[in-house]
Design a protein around this ligand. Structure first.
Ligand SMILES: C[S@@+](CC[C@H](N)C(=O)[O-])C[C@H]1O[C@@H](n2cnc3c(N)ncnc32)[C@H](O)[C@@H]1O
Length: 324
């Protein structure tokens, strides 16, 4: 794993997106052309999905059994987790991952925990880690990257794009261990199914509130939060939505409050050198990935008024941007 380091805010030539994600390159165009053939795309999807489930189960993630168990428990909670006043932006209804209904379906929600553990295992794929150990290592590195920016106590934290609450619960555990006293941590997501699963997973009721809202229009009071995290969310957003989410985060933060975002690092040598077949699969399941890779995130943060921006590689695939 490369050593974590900070970058200056100055853009450089390596900011160009990986060639496979960039349609102005021959490889990017070829991959997009392949994915435009619907039967081919479907076939790739199905193969990728079967391979993912098989690999996960071989490595100790009980993919299908856990999915069925979560669904049984979460389904009765759907109405309680739905805010009828919430407007779902059009871009959010896109096909994400291998799911035609994107994040708005039970399958996505009941497989998110297993998929997250698979991502963590993939980061250290040559080490014999358990899914739990890989997940813990990935989050510890993320939180360690945030720590230097937290110079005053956190009373309220908000995990935006909380999905099924893995990042939210771990964030609460980390802040409380660090501060030695309880903190109010809430999660926010646009998928009621994800929130229903989050509620099931939060069986000890440790989370203050699970909000069903859009990250760019949370409806929460201004200057009400000390720390906002966006963990693995931005690559699911078009560039315009990212700008709106950053504006909303700035509105929600108290003076001196901190925003931390972790996601794929467009400059990661591992990601840039991804073999074409894998890149094709990834591109086929992430509709806004190319936009995310093309965006200068530090500039986007500065534009909204964030300062003290730090960029830290938390592992060889992911970077954490922390700003005040
Ligand atoms: C990959 S998951 C994040 C997982 C989680 N934060 C973690 O670290 O394990 C991305 C989540 O962002 C949510 N999301 C995407 N766009 C959103 C938006 N505009 N507003 C709120 N949530 C959004 C999705 O519903 C999904 O649950």
């Amino acid at each position: 794993m490369p050593t974590a380091g900070t970058s200056s805010a100055a853009p450089d030539a390596t900011l160009a997106p990986p060639n496979w994600a960039d349609d102005s390159t021959p490889l990017g165009r070829l991959i997009s052309a392949v994915l435009a053939v619907e039967p081919l795309r479907q076939l790739l999807f199905q193969q990728a999905r079967s391979m993912m489930i098989r690999t996960a189960e071989q490595r100790g993630i009980p993919w299908r059994a856990r999915r069925d168990e979560l669904r049984r428990q979460a389904e009765p909670l759907l109405a309680a987790c739905t805010n009828p006043a919430t407007t779902t932006p059009h871009y959010y209804r896109a096909r994400f991952h291998a799911y035609n209904q994107g994040n708005l379906c039970w399958q996505a929600a009941c497989e998110a925990e297993q998929a997250t553990a698979s991502v963590a295992l993939r980061v250290w794929k040559n080490e014999p880690l358990t899914p739990e150990a890989a997940e813990a290592r990935m989050r510890e590195a993320i939180f360690a990257a945030i720590a230097p920016s937290l110079t005053s106590p956190v009373r309220d934290a908000l995990d935006v794009g909380c999905s099924v609450g893995i990042s939210t619960l771990l964030l609460k555990t980390w802040i409380e261990a660090r501060q030695g006293h309880p903190v109010r941590v809430s999660g926010l997501d646009l998928s009621p199914q994800m929130l229903a699963v989050a509620t099931v997973r939060d069986h000890q009721h440790r989370i203050h509130a699970w909000h069903h809202a859009a990250a760019e229009a949370t409806g929460l009071p201004p200057a009400s939060v000390d720390l906002i995290t966006l963990q693995f969310v931005c690559h699911e957003l078009p560039a315009e939505a990212i700008a709106a989410v950053l504006r909303e985060a700035a509105r929600l933060l108290r003076p001196g409050g901190v925003l931390a975002m972790v996601d794929q690092d467009p400059q990661s040598p591992t990601i840039r050198a991804m073999p074409a077949p894998l890149a094709t699969l990834l591109k086929s399941t992430e509709p806004y990935l190319a936009e995310y890779f093309a965006l200068d995130m530090e500039a986007a943060l500065r534009q909204v008024g964030f300062t003290d921006i730090r960029c830290v590689a938390s592992d060889h695939r992911h970077r954490v941007l922390v700003a005040r």
